[in-house]
Design a protein around this ligand. Structure first.
Ligand SMILES: [Ca+2]
Ligand SMILES: [Ca+2]
Ligand SMILES: [Ca+2]
Ligand SMILES: [Ca+2]
Length: 267
């Protein structure tokens, strides 16, 4: 049980590792910070007009260069709508977006890859089109970046994402700079099978969060060192709770001392 809890609370929606990279001409930027600069959440300070910069935040792949990201503590899963988001340092110039694009492929085993279809005219289907907003990276309605839906290619889950600089294949601003890849719909596997599908806690980035549960009862929140951080009476299937009283870091939510869910509170 302890091991399951630990696995559960150490999982996150971000990419966890990068098993392979091949740089192309023009690469170099960010290489001394690889892979940390492309793992974890996107740069929280990025805005559309002041996008992310700094080698500790970004990795330039170089012309036709590519990088593989692996999700080890979670899988991206197909649920209604977009399932993951790729963040580049796209800039809103006032008259348009400065875009540097990459092809997006996904894989379940890291061997067999499926590329998302893209449009030569609109560039839709590529990464590197929309700026990062700095809002919750796991919520496509506010996060910015470029969303991808596994439904479009007929896969129910993936663990690998490969980004390949478009090189001369499209006419864009230049070389793709990867910030991060965030899962929108994700599962630890364990949470669903061995633990409790009936409790889910989302939106760890905002000042409130949403609790969805099949049961009503007492919801308790614990810090990673076991201190209680708050409790609430849950009366409905979906409740919005104030997160401003909670400490940041990994929090464990427990409903009726049985079902639980973990989130990492970053703000
Ligand atoms: Ca992860
Ligand atoms: Ca989907
Ligand atoms: Ca860029
Ligand atoms: Ca980054």
């Amino acid at each position: 049980m302890i091991a399951l809890v630990l696995l559960c609370i150490t999982s996150d929606p971000w990419a966890d590792g990068s098993p392979a990279v091949e740089y192309g001409p023009g690469a170099g930027y960010g290489q001394s910070y690889y892979p940390e600069n492309i793992l974890g959440p996107p740069d929280p300070d990025a805005t559309p007009t002041a996008p992310s910069f700094g080698e500790d935040n970004l990795l330039t792949l170089g012309k036709d260069g590519w990088v593989v990201l692996e999700f080890t503590d979670n899988s991206i899963i197909n649920e209604p709508g977009a399932d993951f988001t790729v963040f580049e340092n796209v800039m809103d110039t006032g008259s348009g977006y400065f875009q540097e694009c990459a092809f997006v492929e996904v894989s379940q085993d890291g061997q067999y890859w499926i590329q998302f279809p893209w449009d030569e005219t609109t560039l839709e289907g590529l990464a590197g089109l929309m700026p990062t907003t700095g809002e919750d990276p796991t919520d496509p309605s506010v996060s910015g970046g470029d969303q991808f839906d596994l439904e479009d290619i007929g896969l129910e889950w993936v663990r690998f994402v490969r980004l390949t600089d478009c090189g001369d294949a499209v006419s864009d601003g230049g070389l793709f700079d990867l910030d991060a890849v965030a899962a929108v719909n994700w599962s630890t596997g364990i949470e669903e099978e061995a633990l409790s599908p009936q409790l889910s806690v989302t939106s760890p980035f905002s000042s409130s969060f949403t609790v969805t549960s099949e049961e009503t009862g007492i919801l308790s929140c614990y810090t990673i060192d076991g201190r209680i951080a708050g409790h609430w009476q849950i009366n409905r299937r979906s409740s919005t709770l104030d997160a401003s009283i909670l400490p940041t870091g990994v929090l464990l939510f427990v409903l009726n001392e049985s079902s639980f869910s973990a989130v990492k509170l970053l703000l």
